[in-house]
Design a protein around this ligand. Structure first.
Ligand code: PLP
Length: 372
């Protein structure tokens, strides 16, 4: 029977990793085993940082397991989901042989990590139709099988295109690739989405993993806390490949505090506000003469095509508003990605993009009336 360990690099399957002082589970009163200082730094009033932290802080692991509704042994915490992407590619792909599959236009880290590992990159572009961008799961499955993908990265909701993938479709792909590839669903924006999470599929699907993060909806990007959820055997391997103390003590403490019931309540309220603002902005942007298309989004951002993206970018910048230029992606040469901000920030976006003469009748003429 195939297990997820068959997908791990053969040379790492029984790799023990670094045996840190913390992981040796000894008992004692006087700790002189890790060359730490006996005295705190004067700046460290709470004495929180004198000792090396727990490699996987148990209280934080428990809180995250509750948050995502999974067993603690299915969870790896690290420095953002970016670290988990890197770890997966390094642990599963033999350089020069096992490929990484990504679906451009999409978040760039999958390709970056493949490049760093020397893993071939397979690209199966998203398809665009009247509804928006979507993954071509038949083509993805075929390319993965025929061209040797070891990891397939799906982004749902997808950055920057905003579409989400139904769990049943993810499950069908994972079944097709069982024993051949790991399917990873990057759910960095799941909190903003109406689509159910793929985490519910995990117990039944050993070759599925899900990425979550506290960086976006939980407003803790600076704390660098991300999570990989997957088969316990895969998690155990990745823990051994990970840096010895990946979660700084102040970050673990802050994350724990950030998942307290009152903090989660505040997070839920802000997510609801962002979703309302997303609807308002999508409609308002679509009505502007300079906008060709505003895509529906399940994330906290909108992908917008402009008549002239350069001009729109410049107008926003002149108003002090910085958005993400998407023009490096061939399919998005006329597009910008605009994060949903506070209502006032969103109004600033609309004000900067409105035609110079509010009473202008012809849309095209108004769009051309650029103030510089
Ligand atoms: C922002 C983002 C991440 C990075 O998350 P971190 O947890 O901060 O590393 C991962 N995936 C996608 C799709 C993102 O947009």
């Amino acid at each position: 029977m195939s297990t997820v360990l068959d997908l791990v690099r053969p040379d790492l399957r029984d790799f023990a990793g670094y045996g840190s002082a913390r992981s040796e589970r000894l008992q004692g009163r006087i700790w002189l085993n890790a060359n730490e200082s006996a005295w705190r730094n004067p700046a460290d009033a709470a004495d929180a940082c004198r000792r090396y932290p727990e490699p996987q802080p148990p209280a934080l692991i428990d809180a995250l397991a509750r948050l995502y509704g999974c067993a603690p042994e299915r969870l790896l915490v690290g420095r953002g989901s970016d670290e988990a992407i890197d770890l997966l590619v390094r642990a599963l792909c033999v350089p020069g042989r096992d490929a990484v599959l990504a679906t451009p236009p999409v978040f760039g880290m999958y390709a970056v990590c493949a490049r760093l590992q020397g893993a071939p990159l397979l690209e199966v572009p998203l398809r665009e139709d009247d509804i928006g961008f979507d993954v071509d799961l038949d083509a993805i499955g075929t390319a993965a099988l025929e061209r040797g993908a070891r990891i397939v990265f799906l982004c749902s909701p997808s950055n920057p295109t905003g579409g989400a993938i139904a769990p049943a479709r993810v499950a069908a792909l994972a079944r097709r690739l069982l024993g051949r590839a790991l399917v990873v669903v990057d759910e960095a924006y799941a909190e903003y989405s109406s689509m159910p999470s793929a985490t519910g599929l995990l117990p039944a699907m050993p070759n599925l993993a899900v990425l979550r993060t506290l960086s976006k909806a939980h407003a803790l990007a600076g704390a660098r806390i991300g999570v990989l959820l997957g088969d316990p055997a895969l998690i155990a391997v990745l823990r051994r490949c990970q840096a010895p103390y990946p979660v700084p003590a102040p970050c673990a403490a802050l994350a724990l505090e950030g998942l307290s019931p009152p903090a989660q309540q505040a997070t839920a309220e802000r997510v609801a506000l962002v979703r309302r603002e997303r609807g308002r902005m999508a409609a308002a942007l679509a009505a502007l003469p300079c906008v060709r298309r505003a895509y529906p989004s399940q994330g906290n951002f909108l992908l917008v095509r402009f008549q002239d993206a350069d001009t729109a970018f410049g107008k926003l910048l002149a108003a002090g508003v910085v958005v993400r230029d998407q023009r490096a992606a061939p399919a998005l040469a006329d597009a910008l990605r605009i994060t949903i901000g506070s209502p006032g920030q969103n109004d600033a976006v609309l004000a900067a993009l409105r035609p110079a003469r509010p009473a202008a009748s012809a849309g095209g003429a108004a769009a051309a009336g650029v103030r510089t």
